[in-house]
Ligand binder design. Structure first.
Ligand code: OXD
Ligand code: MN
Length: 605
């Protein structure tokens, strides 16, 4: 880490941009980050001194720290997130749009002098494995030490990024971030895909401030991916090995806080000895067609930014173990012995603690001790189930793509699409109940196509067309499935045990990919037969299994109407093939409706 205003780092475009930004933001000093351990130690020491970090019990949790955010800066703020393109039509109906001139005019005064009295850090970072044709470089300028420390975990910082840049002729993404005054009234996260830049001000929250993640690796990358013929997706990435040693790969899209990290680090149930799940990524996958006609994927990130509440030895032993070292916790509770605690921890609620805002807390308190969207940031290398293929420059070949969401009703545990186009339709019509990962009401059903609603950097109608185009170019495309761990029974309780038992569903999926695995044709797709999913070692009854797999045509009539309105919102940008899929689904459902169903509907039930 060097404190020099106009250091020569051998890249004139970066140096020139740094000079422009420092002339605007007026920091006290400029520091170029090199990713070294020395730099980390200095940043931690300064953050402890300033109160931005609190040291956790170092003998129990070496290298672990707690950060408490501003109380109103705890999640992504989608209403303050914009895509700024010359033409409004290019961002489509699901994004907030701002014209580039307007965005610059609005944000420049907010950045003016914003770093006075602060240090400006210049963070070169690489997204993707070193030496990979998938990888992209960003430079984040920020005035937050917490952001720098997190970027060092989530991305590959320093020389590795500059080297990638000098080896390729590619541009880099200019990521400008300032905490500003942290006021939501002056908070904006604006993406300029046409000029490969992001401006974010007024938030220190991961999804708003670690600009390599949602901003670069999803919103900007999805734009680049469309131009370059690949896909940037909100997907976990795993290898699944069966007891015979056969290794397959699955990419799975789920909305925020719906269990991607748990699935990515799944521990097989005791009754499935010999199975292994190897973690490659838990949030983002970049997928490119390979010369062999298959789809290949990498995780562009270098760490995990996961939801803490609910993480325990029981639910996710790999994640729990992983966060015992070198982890930054944000907004969890603190016990008197200097260890963190949260709702869903294996330990019972502590008799007294400090809550996520540092206020005294006891089990009698009416509020939660940890914020529901409290987070850990941990280097991937700490994950006990990390795959040996994690940094493979060519990525891994994908056998199956899963679209999952949180749905209490209607949607079965798993079903298989008939074709890539039908699978794209399943992704495009995905909907899920909202979670605490974004500000706003929790538990409201909303459309979240491919789990990319908050992250697609362009018109989603064009994005669906791009999915279809990518599929056309694959001679051996992955099979596409829809999954739902969250269906509830009459008592409102989840029917499916979830967590490690989800491997039972993956097993059926991989059997289907291999051309066997029993399945029943239904109007919505291929469903497992009653006994097709391995239930050995569970106490799931036939009745529960049939409720989990039930496809009720009457319930789907309502879904079809909702899908139609949603698809219509894309106007002429909706690919005709998806409209056809919808029409065919409507016909199949209509044909499956019995007079009793109609009677039920007529009587208003
Ligand atoms: C995340 C999110 O943090 O999706 O990964 O919000
Ligand atoms: Mn995510």
């Amino acid at each position: 880490m060097t404190a020099q205003a106009h250091e020569n780092i051998g890249h004139s475009a970066i140096e020139q941009w740094v000079q422009e930004v420092s002339a605007l933001t007026l920091p006290d000093r400029v520091v170029y980050c090199d990713g070294s351990e020395r730099e980390k130690d200095a940043l931690i020491a300064e953050s402890l001194a300033s109160g931005e970090l609190i040291e956790l019990n170092q003998s129990r949790l070496p290298g672990c720290y707690l950060h408490r955010s501003a109380p109103h800066d705890v999640a992504r703020t989608e209403h303050l997130t914009f895509i700024s393109t010359t033409r409004k039509v290019d961002v489509g109906p699901t994004n907030n749009w701002m014209a580039p001139d307007e965005a610059r005019a609005k944000l420049t005064p907010l950045f003016a002098g914003a770093m006075r009295g602060r240090t400006m850090y210049v963070v070169p970072f690489l997204m993707g494995p070193p030496g990979s044709r998938f990888s992209k470089v960003g430079i984040e300028i920020t005035d937050s030490k917490y952001v720098v420390l997190n970027m060092r975990i989530m991305t590959r910082v320093g020389q590795v990024a500059l080297e990638h840049l000098s080896r390729t002729t590619e541009d880099f993404t200019r990521c400008l971030h300032s905490l500003g005054d942290l006021s939501p009234d002056r908070r904006f996260i604006v993406h300029f895909p046409e000029t490969n830049a992001v401006w974010s001000i007024g938030s220190g929250y991961g999804g708003n401030a670690l600009l390599g993640k949602k901003c670069l690796a999803l919103r900007i990358a999805s734009w680049l991916a469309r131009q370059e013929g690949w896909l940037a997706e909100h997907m976990l990435l795993i290898g699944v090995q069966n007891p015979a040693g056969d290794l397959r790969h699955i990419a799975a899209a789920f909305p925020s806080a719906c269990g991607k990290t748990n699935l990515a680090m799944l521990q097989p149930p005791a009754s499935m000895a010999g199975w292994k799940v190897q973690t490659i990524g838990d949030d983002i996958a970049w997928l490119r067609p390979g010369e062999d006609g298959r789809l290949w994927a990498v995780n562009p990130e270098a760490g995990f930014f996961g939801v803490v509440p609910g993480t325990s030895q029981k639910t996710n032993a790999n994640a729990f173990q992983m966060i015992q070292r070198n982890t930054i916790f944000t907004n969890v509770a603190l016990r008197p012995d200097g260890t963190p605690w949260w709702e869903g921890h294996d330990d019972p609620p502590p008799p007294d603690a400090l809550d996520w805002q540092g206020r005294p807390w006891t089990p009698a308190s009416s509020e939660k001790a940890a914020h529901p969207n409290s987070r850990f940031t941990t280097p991937a290398v700490e994950c006990p189930s990390l795959s040996a293929e994690f940094e493979q420059p060519e990525g891994v070949p994908i056998d199956a793509i899963l679209f999952g969401a949180r749905r209490q009703r209607r949607v079965p545990l798993v079903y298989q699409s008939r074709t890539w186009t039908h699978g794209t339709f399943l992704g495009a019509t995905l909907s899920s109940e909202t979670t605490a990962a974004a500000t706003g009401k929790v538990g409201v059903l909303r459309r979240d196509p491919m789990a990319m609603l908050p992250f697609c950097g362009y018109n989603m109608g064009d994005y669906f067309a791009h999915w279809l185009d990518v599929g056309k170019g694959l001679s051996a495309p992955p099979k596409i499935f829809r999954v739902n761990w969250f269906r509830t029974g009459e008592n409102g309780k989840f029917l499916w045990p979830g967590f490690g038992d989800n491997l039972r569903v993956l097993k059926w999926i991989l059997e289907r990919c291999a051309g066997h695995g029993e399945a029943v044709d239904t109007p919505i797709g291929w469903i497992p037969g009653l006994n097709a999913i391995d239930r050995a070692g569970t106490n799931l009854s036939d009745r529960e299994m049939s409720l989990l797999l039930k496809v009720d045509p009457a319930e789907w009539v309502e879904a079809i109407a909702g899908q139609e309105d949603f698809l219509n919102s894309f106007g002429t940008h909706l690919p005709a093939a998806l409209r056809d899929e919808h029409t065919q689904l409507a016909h199949r459902i209509h044909d499956a409706i019995t007079p009793a169903d109609l009677h039920g509907r007529d009587s208003g039930s």
